[in-house]
Write a protein that binds this ligand. Structure first.
Ligand code: IVH
Length: 725
């Protein structure tokens, strides 16, 4: 059965042209009244169609239309949380159970933190900040230092003092709406007195040690599953579709940051935390101000001493620049703030036996040895696999050829010490040579691919042995496809790793373009998806719709999805912002060759180095790759990339060159700020330059700008130009 069945189109107030066609007013352009009206109409349409779903045989909305309207409803709610209706379709449990929680787009992204692992990293963090701000070593600069809580982050939105929405971090941009559940947490205030009109409070949901022990005891009594650690228990409890279960779980909340605000909370980080505390939030009493990296490290040692007796899990100490004005100047890298860092505690360790070493083949052909271990508990989590990186690592050398583990190699049958740091895959820290049998053979990496038999070679300078089979290697092809449908790439609902493996095994898909031909080939005719085991009418048509939904896709996702070596999520973003369109990007990649203008332009992107540039240029130089990419792109409608917040920016899209000495900011800061406002910063003046910002000592560039008639500003005039933002 496909289609929501129920009352007629007209009685639901459904306008097919308006509701089922994709061209709708973007939610960001809606005014409040239109949004309210649209939510009312959507509640009626979706509620009616849903209620009548099982009672009539007269289809009015297809499942795809139903899902599209529901998504639209969630998007409007995310943009106007205060307008969310009591009868909101997104709160209707059971309406579309597979969706789970509705989605919330964070008004301000929820970022993560860069890590420091030793004292030197902390000194370097301070050094980087001083350099960026142009402060010398003697200038005063203070930081807050506070425990890093090992739970899960939560964003609470208050409007006019009332809690209106709670969302998990999700991928940082879109999280899950867990409002009903968050309301059950005893130290999440439902309302606030004297708070800014809009206040998003961010912090960590966690479970205390005694509550965790008691919960596991209750679970055991009831014959239910045990949680491995307090963090898993907290996550499992918050992400319950049934809020009554969450209510029965003893969760707590520490506030340590904020998102959207209608007015500043304070001038300093410490002041803001004190204000949150005064508003009724629990904040961490171990938060102090430090005036130097030495003081920060001393507080770290102090907290480390207290760790076991705190009564809740922490995994490090977070340092944040105290002055919020400076935080603003420092800004963000793609996913982490420049003004904060997490100083992690050393990982926990355990000894176990290495049963075997398996070789996995990745999407770029890399052969990765994986340790299969006798299961052992490390820091509350059962570990049975560990990464062994590459053959040098197994032999006891790092990628520079220096000794690791005092040069001890790893052999099958060894007793190994494994450790876990955060969520990363466990690693091998040490080997007990006294327990090794005399005839244990030295481990040798295979010289042919265990999946396709092609030669596996190690290029000079590469630590990794790679299968040379390319697209003929099934492992590479499947891993590329899995990467293609992964969360930061095409993220196609209903098409996960398992489905990709099955479709690949049956020859239904061999490369990404095939995904977009599935409906045409297997939607009707002799072989049909709906007739496959585990599939039916509805799930098949849902998958085809989900695939069609992704034909229109942001440029950064396409670039990331190609799975090019060294081009991760953040790099794909940078590339998309730089080139803006697929045509510009692909033309540049096809022409880029060491030293030519396209190559130099590629390298001018902050965050793109020679290794990445080579990888991109090599990929776009291979006939088979290009054919596969072109075949894919023919199915897509790729969106132009634009910085979301540069709408009113006077410098968006302009090419700016800085020259001479800047006195109020460093070059790095000037560049980062200009780019954040949508400008492109170039190193040389040409006819394409729009603005030259010239400080004292400007020479040939300023002269050239005058010759070319380019607008030239001094530093103050530039700051004035961008000041309103
Ligand atoms: S500040 C913009 N402070 O650690 C940065 N994060 O590894 C906002 N966390 O996603 C985060 N304790 O979930 C901050 N005292 C603390 C924290 C903390 C735990 C978590 C948070 C974040 C993750 C990053």
């Amino acid at each position: 059965m496909t289609g929501r069945r129920g009352p007629t189109l007209l009685s639901l107030g459904l306008n097919r042209a308006r509701d089922t066609v994709t061209a709708q007013t973007p939610v960001t352009d809606l005014d409040e009244q239109t949004a309210r009206d649209e939510l009312a109409r959507l509640a009626k349409v979706l509620g009616g169609a849903n209620a009548a779903y099982h009672t009539s045989d007269d289809p009015v909305i297809s499942d795809a239309d139903y899902d599209a309207l529901k998504r639209r409803n969630s998007e409007i709610e995310a943009q106007f949380p205060g307008l969310k209706r009591k009868d909101s379709p997104s709160e209707q449990v059971g309406a579309t159970p597979s969706e789970g929680f509705s989605k919330v787009t964070h008004a301000v992204p929820m970022l993560s933190l860069a890590n420091a692992f030793d004292d030197t990293d902390v000194v370097e963090f301070d050094g980087r900040i001083r350099k960026y701000l142009g402060l010398d070593g003697a200038a005063a600069l203070s930081y807050t230092a506070e425990p890093k809580i090992d739970g899960l982050s939560l964003s609470l939105r208050y409007e006019k003092g009332e809690l209106v929405q709670a969302a998990t971090r999700g991928d940082g941009t879109v999280g899950e709406n867990v409002t009903a559940n968050a309301r059950t947490i005893h130290n999440v205030p439902q309302s606030l007195n004297g708070a800014p009109d809009v206040l998003e409070v961010r912090g960590e949901v966690y479970m205390s040690h005694p509550d965790f022990e008691a919960l596991n005891a209750r679970q055991a009594e009831a014959g239910q599953k045990q949680f491995a650690n307090p963090r898993n228990a907290a996550a499992g409890s918050l992400r319950q579709l049934d809020a009554t279960i969450t209510r029965a779980r003893p969760l707590e909340f520490f506030a340590y940051a904020w998102g959207a605000l209608s007015e500043p909370l304070a001038e300093t980080q410490m002041g803001a935390i004190e204000r949150l505390n005064a508003l009724g939030f629990q904040t961490n009493p171990l938060t102090i101000i430090c005036d130097s990296p030495e003081a920060m490290v001393a507080h770290y040692r102090d907290i480390e001493q207290q760790r076991a007796s705190l009564g809740y899990d922490i995994d490090g100490v977070v340092y944040k620049v105290n002055d919020l004005g400076l935080q603003g100047r420092l800004g963000f890298r793609s996913t982490t703030p420049r003004w904060a860092i997490a100083h992690k505690f050393p990982a926990e360790l355990a000894w176990t036996r290495l049963d075997s070493i398996d070789i996995q083949v990745g999407r770029t052909g890399a052969l990765s040895p994986v340790a299969r271990l006798a299961p052992v508990t490390v820091g509350g989590v059962v570990v049975s696999n560990a990464t062994l990186h590459n053959e040098d690592y197994i032999a006891g050398r790092d990628n520079k050829g220096d000794e690791i583990r005092e040069g001890k190699d790893i052999r099958v049958g060894d007793w190994v010490q494994v450790y876990r740091a955060g969520d990363v895959i466990p690693k091998v820290a040490d080997v007990d040579l006294s327990k090794r049998s005399k005839d244990a053979p030295v481990f040798e990496m295979p010289h042919s691919c265990p999946q396709c038999g092609s030669d596996a070679v190690r290029e000079p300078g590469d630590a990794v042995r790679r299968c040379t089979g390319g697209l003929i290697c099934p492992a590479q092809a499947v891993e590329k496809l899995k990467h293609f449908v992964s969360r930061s790439a095409f993220d196609i609902d209903g098409l996960g790793a398992k489905q990709v493996e099955q479709f690949y095994a049956d020859g239904w898909i061999a490369e990404p373009a095939d995904i977009f031909e599935l409906r045409a080939k297997y939607g009707s005719g002799v072989q049909q998806l709906k007739n496959r085991e585990g599939w039916g009418d509805k799930s098949a048509s849902n998958l085809f719709d989900a695939i069609d939904d992704r034909r229109n896709i942001p440029l950064n996702r396409v670039i990331f999805a190609l799975g090019i070596r060294h081009v991760g999520d953040a790099a794909a973003n940078l590339l998309a912002l730089h080139y803006a369109t697929w045509d510009a990007f692909s033309a540049a990649m096809r022409t880029a060759q060491e030293g030519n203008p396209a190559w130099n332009d590629l390298l001018s992107i902050d965050g793109v180095g020679a290794v990445m540039a080579t990888s991109l240029a090599t990929t776009f130089n291979q006939a088979a790759e290009i054919a596969s990419i072109d075949r894919l792109v023919a199915h897509l409608d790729i969106q132009t990339a634009a910085r979301p917040d540069t709408a009113g920016s006077p410098v968006a899209g302009k090419t700016v060159v800085f020259t001479g000495t800047l006195e109020k900011m460093t070059r790095a800061e000037a560049k980062a700020r200009a780019e954040a406002l949508g400008a492109k910063v170039s190193g040389s003046v040409s006819a394409k330059t729009d603005i030259l910002v010239a400080g004292p000592g400007a020479g040939s560039k300023a002269k050239k700008a005058v010759e070319l008639g380019i607008e030239t500003l001094d530093e103050d005039a530039w700051l004035e130009l961008i000041a309103p933002l």
